[in-house]
Write a protein that binds this ligand. Sequence first.
Ligand code: SAM
Length: 274
Amino acid sequence: MARPLTSFTNKRHLTTKSYKTQDKLNIRILTHQRYTQPKVDFTGWVLDQIDWRGDETAIDIGCGSGSYVDPAQQRCGHYIAGDLSLGMVRGLEQSGLDRLNLDAQHLPLADKSADVVLANHMLYHVPDKDAALSEIARILRPGGRLVAATNSAGNMAELMNLRHLARQRLNVSLPTTTQRSLVANLFSLENGRSWLEKQFHHVTRCDLASALVFPDPQPVLDYISSSRDWYESVLPNHVTWDELLHEFQMLLDEHFAHHDQFRVNKLSGVFVCH
Ligand SMILES: C[S@@+](CC[C@H](N)C(=O)[O-])C[C@H]1O[C@@H](n2cnc3c(N)ncnc32)[C@H](O)[C@@H]1O
């Protein structure tokens, strides 16, 4: 039986494994940039969901490897990058950048100090989302906006199915209760509103559908391997990562024996709140 996936919200796991440095996240970001169809400037699309005056103070919580640094700086007056992982903020190369090592649940920022808060693809890692959203509401000035991008619970279903089949072949399927609680606790396009409406009167959602279209198995395997920490953390002790990866490889080889591409449908989107 597989173990529950607690590592997804565990501070130690996030900061010492998954996001210790930018490397693994960058593999996934580059994969999306290279294989997404139709091509889209996702960060630009997210930021353009609000009107910018040009003089805003914008705080990017969970900035990761800095996908939003340049596009946000082009739109606002003062951009601040923040992340739970010191390795992530240290890795930001742009000079003169204001950087903070912070936890969304206890923001080291004054009340009403921001015009825009970005919390993109990160709220699903926060154990206490109510605390984080209350902190975000506290630091926003009247009229300020929270921009929170995330994925649908059904995002990349073909990859989830591949994962399910690989585990099934190794007889390590996740128990249904674990899967249900995972989906319920993830901050998704479907359930995000219920958390956001506790802190914000106006919550709007805008979706963007696309797909990853892979021409061969290797980039799929690279993408999966970049999340090895999470896959591995739920494996029972008698199953190794190499065995799991081997099953992925076999499944993809079987797929490509009959198809010339592997298509993974995506549904991401953004909530704008004030
Ligand atoms: C998937 S990455 C998203 C990065 C970036 N926002 C983007 O969209 O490209 C998630 C980031 O959130 C950070 N993170 C996770 N929990 C956090 C928390 N409680 N407070 C601040 N950052 C957190 C992680 O360290 C990681 O860099």
